[in-house]
Write a protein that binds this ligand. Structure first.
Ligand SMILES: C[S@@+](CC[C@H](N)C(=O)[O-])C[C@H]1O[C@@H](n2cnc3c(N)ncnc32)[C@H](O)[C@@H]1O
Length: 277
C-alpha cells in the first residue's frame, strides 16, 4: 500500500474501532455499563471463550516488566496485564478503547496508562519495553511487516513479542474463499512470503463486523511460514494455530466441543506467535 493508502486505513481504523471490539458480545451478555461488576461479567466470558489465552500470554512472568499492549478493544487482556504487576502501557489507534482502558485502570486504582496512536508510528523510544502483546491487531494496520518491525524496534534485546494474527490456511478461509486460499498457496510454493492482499468487505466482515454490518477497514491473512519470514529479525520464533467456531463445515458440534478436537491446531482461525529479540 502507498503511504497515502496507509494514512487512509489508519484514519478509517480510528473511526471503525471506536466502537469497542466485543461490543456485540457485551450486549448479548447484558453488559450495559462499565462498572467493575459489568466488566467482570465480560472478562469472565472473554477468557472462557478464548481459554488458550492464559497459555500464550505469560501473565505470570510480567511482574515489574515494562509491557506494551497494542490493540486494546474492551480491555480484558489490558486489565489482566496491569493486575499481574506489569508496568503497563496500552496503545490503540481509536479513542474508545483508550478511554475504556484508562477507565478500568482508574476504577481499580491500577498503575499504567493507555495512549492513542498507531503502532506504525509509535510514540515511544526504541528499546522501551520488555514485552509486547498484540492480540488481533497488527493485521488491521495496513502494513503487517512494518508493524512487526516497529515492535522489534520498541523491544529491548531479549524482549518478547506475543502476537495473534489471522491464519491464511484456516478452515474458514478454505471454505469461504477457496480460490484466494489456493492462489496464496501457489504463490507461497513459488517463494512468495507475505500476506494475502486486499480483500472485499464481505471477506473482512466474516472476521470483524461492527453494529452497522461493516467489516474492518483492513484485514491481512498470513501463513505461519510467511509470518516467520516477517519476524526474521527476531532471534527465536514459535507459533501455533488456535480457535474455531460453530460454522460450516463444523455445524453439528458446539464450539466448546470443537475446541477440544485436533481441528483448532490444524486448521484454526488464528496464529499465536512468540518471538524473542
Ligand atoms: C480486533 S481488535 C482486538 C482488541 C483486543 N486485543 C481483543 O482481542 O479483543 C483490534 C484493535 O486494534 C486496534 N488497531 C488497529 N489499527 C491499529 C494501529 N495502527 N495501531 C494501534 N492499534 C490499532 C483497533 O483500534 C482495535 O482496538
Amino acid at each position: 500500500m502507498s503511504d497515502q493508502d496507509i494514512k487512509a486505513t489508519t484514519a478509517a481504523n480510528a473511526d471503525f474501532w471506536d466502537e469497542l471490539c466485543g461490543s456485540q458480545a457485551a450486549k448479548q451478555l447484558g453488559v450495559v455499563d462499565s462498572s467493575p461488576a459489568s466488566l467482570k461479567k465480560f472478562d469472565d466470558w472473554y477468557f472462557a471463550f478464548y481459554p488458550y489465552l492464559d497459555y500464550h500470554i505469560p501473565f505470570g512472568s510480567m511482574k515489574g516488566k515494562r509491557v506494551l499492549e497494542i490493540g486494546l478493544g474492551y480491555g480484558t487482556v489490558s486489565q489482566r496485564i496491569a493486575e499481574s504487576g506489569a508496568i503497563y502501557t496500552g496503545l490503540d489507534i481509536a479513542q474508545g478503547p483508550v478511554k475504556m482502558i484508562n477507565h478500568r485502570l482508574e476504577q481499580l486504582h491500577l498503575p499504567g496508562k493507555a495512549v492513542q496512536g498507531s503502532i506504525l508510528e509509535p510514540p515511544f523510544e526504541e528499546g522501551s519495553f520488555d514485552m509486547i502483546v498484540a492480540i488481533g491487531c497488527l493485521h488491521h494496520t495496513g502494513d503487517l511487516a512494518l508493524a512487526i518491525d516497529r515492535c522489534h524496534r520498541l523491544l529491548r534485546p531479549a524482549g518478547q513479542l506475543i502476537l495473534m494474527v489471522y491464519s491464511a490456511y484456516s478452515y474458514r478461509r478454505f471454505w469461504n474463499t477457496p480460490k484466494d486460499t489456493l492462489w496464496y498457496f501457489a504463490r507461497e510454493l513459488a517463494g512468495y512470503r507475505g500476506v494475502i492482499g486486499l480483500s472485499s468487505n464481505a471477506k473482512r466482515a466474516a472476521y470483524d463486523i461492527n453494529s452497522s454490518g461493516d467489516g474492518a477497514p483492513h484485514t491481512d491473512w498470513i501463513s505461519i511460514r510467511s509470518l516467520e519470514n516477517l519476524c526474521k529479525k527476531f532471534v527465536t520464533f514459535s507459533a501455533c494455530l488456535e480457535n474455531i467456531d460453530q460454522e460450516p463445515p463444523f455445524v453439528s458440534r458446539s464450539r466448546n466441543d470443537l475446541l477440544t478436537t485436533r481441528w483448532p491446531r490444524q486448521l484454526g482461525l488464528d496464529i499465536y506467535a512468540t518471538c524473542t529479540k
